[in-house]
Design a protein around this ligand. Sequence first.
Ligand SMILES: [Zn+2]
Length: 428
Amino acid sequence: MFDLKLTNATLPDGRTGVDIGVSGGLVTAIEADLGGEAGEVIDAGGQLVSPPFVDCHFHMDATLSLGLPRFNESGLLLEGIQIWGELKPLLTQEAVVDRALAYCDLAVSQGLLAIRTHVDICDDRLLGVEALLEVKRRVAPYIDLQLVAFPQDGYYRSPGAVDLLDRALDMGVDVVGGIPHFERTMADGAASVTALCQIAEKRGLLVDLHCDETDDPLSRHIETLTYETQRLGLNGRVAGSHLTSMHSMDNYYVSKLLPLMAEAGVAAIANPNINIGIQGRHDTYPKRRGMTRIPEMLTYGITAAFGQDCMMDPWYSLGQADMLEVASMGLHVAQMTSRNAMRQCFAAVTTGPAEILHLDGYGVEVGCKADMVLLQAADPIEAIRLKATRLAVIKGGKVISRTAPRQSKLSLTGRPEILDPAKVGPRL
Ligand SMILES: [Zn+2]
């Protein structure tokens, strides 16, 4: 007897026609023609059942604040930081909580059930930290929310940030953040990387730094981050976010750097929608894309992921908590168009970030948590192509969101009345 059974599912690894049995919040069986009664049966109809989407890089304290107190007219990273600085003193805890919860509702409807959000600690009140800790408690039944202590205005550059970061970690923030390229000098940036990794080592925490988010090819803090990871034995616990300078770095230098990252187990997080929008802004033509070298990293066995970073905030006006949109942007920017590379783009918003977040029991496998998304798509590539509708979102074996299938009613003589976009494919 199962609590829930999904029948005739396709899995991201290519298995088709399987039934998935769920009991006690766990996946307890995956096989063809699975017998046994079930409290609820969902016919997947041959469509894709994926583990939930994971966003490993977000700013939930800023989301849905677009236009407050003004819009970013230049589109530059630095104007975004300036606007956020103007908004910070005006924030109330209630408003931050309210916006974050509204975002989380949308995330659930999109099958996005694990999020790592940075939270700005450069604020004497630590208002964002308190607000997001409250949000984390409230959404815990349905979203794994991980917080990163992020010194937006610089760990050394912003007065008080060194103490504030410690206070935030004492309050229960999970991950150590940083922003070395924003410090006053390269030397200060490197020193901040060392100090932050030492804090993580002492406290037994993960590290995720905004690292080299610049077009300057000489911004090489990733080198120090990799070195400190190795030196302090933090292998597998450190991620470099953005790493956009690597787009512009000398190829020989990168050929030395990537094996070192692989050896140290440093993961990479690109944020394609933001990187393509913000980088290269000082170029005339040709304009650089700015996204880091994801396909090359994957070749070296480096864990890589795509994050959303921003939605309707001082840095980015668009977004809809849709990790398939993020995967699609990453696919195009990195020219990851082979069949295998497109599947890697799907992994970059599911299994890759799950590994970076150290999520327990993640995956549609026997023994894993029964957290799943039924998509209106035949496979991961089609899911990205269609930004597929999330027909059902399942958490702990319970359906927590449903969306009607996307279809159009046509009025064309001699043609079908109902068009299902997922059924329009190549005709041989
Ligand atoms: Zn960020």
